[in-house]
Design a protein around this ligand. Structure first.
Ligand code: MG
Length: 387
């Protein structure tokens, strides 16, 4: 079998849905990405992790595919313990050396936490991230305060939990089938193996209730940077051509010439979107010298640019475009163009603005020789590289 030395298991088998939604929570959107995508990318992009396996619930394949495409997965069981065991059984064929077991409900996983866990595994059989308890803890006697519980010896446990694979595999094998376990570390401790503690991360808080989504959005928002970038494009008018603007065919006595469909609006927006992540310009990604793009619908250029932003963990917040021409009149088509751009970018029309101006009969646009478009895109991208 394969040579996977360090593997990660993401437990994503929960059936709970967000209030009013049909999608299980681990597949709901957080910061514009499915919850599971955050920790999946964090683990998959870590240089020391060779394989990531996802454990999903019965009937959740469609959600996983929509969230991550075709990724390695197995179906879980009725409890978390059974789900982890199914994952371990699948991974055992690879005989990995180490394993990290993570809950998809803790999406905001950083490489720093993974680094701490893997460093701990150099000297320990098991390790897990914990946070200190900041609040005063007491017992409650009904609605009356009881004694203070010393918090110095208490901590809050997070995931991923990291183990020598054989240690965790044995722990699951030896655990009584009729008994439940809150986590894997508990099962390893039950065998008499010490679990080493490393510093956790506030970003890793678990998403359980609807308000947790809001808190996680705020945490994520604090870790995102707002960027705006512009794009500019010009095409020449040519008799007998179709006029495509913003993905809409506009009736006019001439159209724009160019290698693709010459959609000056979508080209300007594509360059603006590419600019937000410093990804060069449309000519770099779709060279006019490539016959593949002859007559191509420009929506695919914009979708490609938006995909690059998403791959970087970013979210497009707003797009604004100004079209410069004497004719045709853009006003009657403005809402159709706006709706089409929103559709291409999977934004609400509210997040797209379309404007037009003449140039007072001055210059090439004023003489009706061509059209120009200027766009600006505003995005949020993670400040740190995508974990
Ligand atoms: Mg162009």
């Amino acid at each position: 079998m394969g040579q996977a030395r360090t593997t990660a298991l993401i437990v994503a088998a929960g059936q709970g849905v967000r209030a009013g939604a049909a999608t299980p929570k681990q597949f709901a959107l957080l910061g514009g990405q499915p919850v599971i995508a955050h920790s999946y990318h964090a683990l998959a992009s870590h240089p020391a992790i060779d394989r990531v396996l996802v454990v999903i619930g019965e009937g959740q394949q469609q959600f996983l595919t929509a969230a991550l495409g075709a990724v390695d997965c197995v179906t879980g069981g009725a409890t978390r313990r059974e789900s982890v065991r199914n994952g371990l059984n699948a991974l055992a064929l690879d005989a990995p050396a180490k394993i990290l077991v993570h809950d998809a409900a803790r999406p905001l996983l950083s490489h720093a936490v993974i680094d701490r866990l893997l460093a701990a595994l150099e000297h320990h059989h098991a390790a897990m991230p914990v946070l200190p308890v900041a609040d005063t803890l007491i017992t409650a006697e009904g609605d009356t305060a009881g004694d203070v519980v010393p918090r110095e010896t208490l901590c809050r446990v997070q995931t991923p939990q990291a183990f020598d694979f054989a240690t965790l595999y044995d722990a699951h094998r030896l655990w009584p089938a009729t008994r439940e376990a809150t986590d894997d570390a508990q099962m390893v401790r039950a065998m008499g193996t010490d679990v080493h503690l490393v510093r956790g991360d506030l970003m890793l808080e678990k998403i359980t209730t609807a308000p947790d989504f809001h808190t996680a959005e705020l945490r994520l928002g604090a870790a995102m940077q707002v960027r705006s970038a512009q794009g500019f494009d010009v095409h020449r008018f040519e008799a007998g051509k179709e006029l495509w603007l913003g993905g809409i065919l506009i009736p006019h006595d001439k159209g724009l010439s160019g290698h693709s469909d010459a959609d000056v609006v979508l080209h300007a927006i594509t360059d603006a979107v590419l600019g937000t992540i410093g990804a060069g310009d449309i000519g770099l990604h779709f060279p006019p010298s490539d016959p593949k793009w002859r007559g191509a619908a420009s929506a695919q250029f914009l979708q490609h640019a938006a995909g690059l932003v998403a791959a970087r963990g970013g979210v497009i917040d707003f797009v604004d475009v100004t079209l410069m021409c004497e004719a045709p009149k853009i006003g009657p088509h403005r809402e159709a163009v706006r709706a089409k751009i929103a559709e291409i970018l999977a934004l609400s029309t509210d997040a797209v603005s379309v404007k037009a101006t003449t140039t007072e009969r001055l210059g090439f646009t004023g003489r009706g020789e061509g059209m120009a478009a200027q766009a600006i895109a505003t995005v949020r991208v993670p400040m740190r590289p995508l974990p």
